[in-house]
Design a protein around this ligand. Sequence first.
Ligand code: SF4
Length: 376
Amino acid sequence: MATLRDLVDARVREGDLYEKLDRQRVRCFACGHCCPVPEGQPGVCKVRYNRGGTLYVPWGYVGGVQCDPIEKKPFFHAYPGALAYSFGMLGCDLHCAYCQNWVTSQALRDPQAISPPMEATPSALVQDALRQGAQVLVSTYNEPLITAEWAVAIFREAKAAGLVTGFVSNGNGTPQVLEYLRPWIDLYKVDLKSFDDHHYRKLGGRLQPILDTIRALHQMGLWVEIVTLLIPGFNDSDEELRRLTQFLADVSPDIPWHVTAFHQDYKMNDPANTRPRDLLRAAAIARESGLRYIYAGNLPGRVGDLEDTRCHQCAKPLIRRFGYSIEEYLITPEGRCSGCGAAVPGRWAASFEGQLTHQPFLPHRRQPLVTIHTRR
Ligand code: SF4
């Protein structure tokens, strides 16, 4: 039986996002590391590698699929109530100690992360999504930028079938990968983990490529929402939160910011879990910075009205939520406040037809994707 490494190395094709260098080296542009990769070696992500001066990239499998309410991604200003069919591959360009998707993201670095992949084709995934009633197809779980070629192959089929497409990403992009994705992607969630470059280096990245990506995505006209997991003692000082939210407000005060509660996970078991009052403090700072749509996540029913969408002009509640559940929806078919008529930024369906699910679930497949068994 093949190992996970053998299996991943065999499911590849030549990448689009690279250039050839001298001495059979290549430079990859799929993420902000821009690795110069020597012949015979993988990049930092461990899933893109150089063989004979050609960059090979992941192809033909998924590490997992799940159906979620779009609110779980979280997108709060994009097709509320829609079912999002999520897929991921394996690997990541960062190594966050608190990763909540570590079983897939760290599968090639951590022997404890066991996640048998499944054979897949773009059309099988799109058909599976349609059968479940999904309106949105999302690349998530691992870092989707490092598997951008595979995502685009799926998104091409998804758009032809009328689906909305999106990334849930750490935002460590490059101009090349964003241009490559641009024709095929509608929604983009960036996990802005900190506003301190030293903190980012502990996670294996740098702050500046993420900030550049957020600005570029907004300028490209994609719908962007930002999430920050608030970790006590790591990224929750007033000063860091002020700089982070001022940056977002400078890009656009209409960008929704989700500040979510940390719970101990993976290798990060020292910080205390985030309390409701920590989220309320962060939200107050964001409001002072000028952001208009601020949401507190992961503590349903314990954060006042910070799960709801209010009109920025007249303050009327327009979407009431409890966790991922929508309890009331009062946005007009034109995407406006039903009180004062102000436009609400986002991507809105012509009518709200209820929520397909407020619970994540595994898709019920008539023709299952085939699990590939591996040994360590
Ligand atoms: S995706 Fe990022 S980490 Fe992986 S090889 Fe390319 S530049 Fe390096």
